[in-house]
Design a protein around this ligand. Structure first.
Ligand SMILES: [Zn+2]
Length: 115
């Protein structure tokens, strides 16, 4: 039996990419426990890197902390590439990005401040 959602015209296996290059994953692919832990949701989608971080940690992401991609590739959501850091640490980690690509640095920082 295939899930009904596969018939939906927008259904692409439950994954989308948002404007910032993050991968979004449909809630129907998560357990209720995972949905509760990720807690930052965009409609029916959650950000895959936050989901993978929660799976790796086995607990919710701490308040005030964000998920950083070690190789700075927002599409590499391998658990080994993800680390939970404070917003301050995150800014430090991306400090050197500024010289090369200020635009990316800015969007990452703004993202960190929102989440
Ligand atoms: Zn980062």
């Amino acid at each position: 039996m295939r899930p009904n959602k596969e018939k939906h015209h927008n259904w692409k296996g439950g994954k989308l990419e948002d404007a910032k290059g993050y991968i979004l994953i449909h809630k129907s692919l998560l357990t209720q426990d995972e949905i509760n832990r990720v807690n930052l949701c965009k409609g029916h989608y959650v950000r895959e890197h936050r989901l993978e971080m929660v799976r790796k940690l086995g607990r919710p992401i701490e308040d005030g902390k964000v998920v950083h991609h070690i190789d700075k590739n927002p599409k590499n959501n391998n658990q080994d590439n993800l680390v939970e850091v404070s917003k301050y640490e995150h800014r430090v980690l991306h400090r050197n990005d500024r010289k090369h690509s200020y635009g990316i640095f800015r969007s990452v920082t703004l993202e960190a401040e929102k989440s």
